[in-house]
Design a protein around this ligand. Structure first.
Ligand code: ARG
Length: 303
């Protein structure tokens, strides 16, 4: 399979798409981790500090309330939520999107997983717990060479209709991870370079709502990345810069092409998406935004 790194390659592949004969079942399972150990005890992205340089403080009981309401919202969209134990040593473990990337193997017709190599040492110890989970659930597990950082679903987004993976790199994931993903999964990969530290994961600036619509924070990408996004989607919705940066507008989750769960402070984007016919479910994730995460990265979407 190919790296689709020019708009022409991407368009040609879309027309001739050899994988279009394959079907991938819809996902409806969500994996989450209880926020009991969630706090901010180090800063590995700009959201985690106050303007005076001090670490932001998390209100634990508020975080738990918000997380429980998020679980309810996901369930209201018909999703089945499974909760995995979190670990006191790893305060960011609640962000379940980052430790792995789960994809559908088109040859065996089963899901498989690529475990992450977290860029920052503070989070590396989270991975064995996910390895244990995937072992217990009979997944074929793949690992990436130790020298390449890769942050899972934070930086890799699979389009199950078009069978293509969008891969962010340059912040947390190493520039050669898009081609690794391509070799491993057999999917074509669209590499998207991230340029702005506020958007350190692809899921902070890129939210596909299906194969046609995508929400982006445009100041996150290189010009080449933006050209690829325009070639891949008919309708590119630009999140307002303040909403994208301050309330992580693009860290929304659209599980089925119609429901959108999104941080409630993003009133302009909410109005826009409602106008386009999406069923918008606003939720309060303010305690998690302090750490640089919101709806999308608090969960892992599984088959
Ligand atoms: N504090 C965490 C980190 O910097 C937040 C991760 C949020 N995850 C995400 N995919 N955006 O790693």
């Amino acid at each position: 399979m190919a790296i689709l790194d020019t708009p022409d390659l991407l368009r040609q592949w879309t027309i001739a798409n050899p994988l279009s004969v394959k079907t991938i079942p819809q996902r409806n399972k969500i994996l989450m981790l209880h926020p009991q150990h969630y706090k901010i005890s180090y800063a590995i992205n700009p959201h985690m500090r106050l303007p005076d340089g001090k670490l932001k403080q998390v209100d634990s009981s508020k975080a738990t309330e918000q997380w429980k309401k998020l679980v309810k919202s996901l369930e209201n969209c018909g999703l089945e939520v499974e909760i995995m134990d979190s670990q006191a040593k790893f305060p960011d473990m609640v962000f379940a999107a980052n430790q792995s990337f789960v994809y559908w193997n088109l040859n065996t017709n089963r899901p498989e997983v690529l475990l992450s190599n977290m860029k920052h040492s503070e989070r590396q110890g989270e991975i064995p717990y996910f390895e244990e989970y995937f072992n217990a659930h009979d997944y074929k597990i793949h690992k990436i060479p130790q020298e390449l950082s890769f942050e899972g679903t934070g930086d890799a987004s699979i389009d199950i209709e078009r069978k293509v993976i969008f891969a962010g790199y340059g912040m947390r994931s190493h520039p050669s991870t898009p081609s690794r993903l391509c070799e491993l999964t057999g999917y074509p990969v669209v590499p998207l370079e991230l340029k702005n530290t506020d958007y350190y994961h692809l899921d902070t600036c890129f939210a596909p709502l299906g194969p046609r619509d995508v929400v982006i924070a445009d100041d996150a990408f290189s010009d080449e990345g933006l050209d690829l996004i325009y070639a891949a989607f008919e309708n590119v919705i630009h999140a307002d810069h303040i909403e994208a940066k301050e309330s992580l507008a693009a860290n929304l989750f659209c599980p089925n092409g119609k429901d959108v769960i999104i941080e409630e402070q993003n009133t302009r984007l909410i109005q826009r998406l409602s106008g386009l016919g999406y069923n918008v479910h606003p939720v309060d994730t303010s305690e998690f935004i302090k750490s640089g995460g919101s709806v999308f990265c608090l969960k892992l979407f599984l088959w």
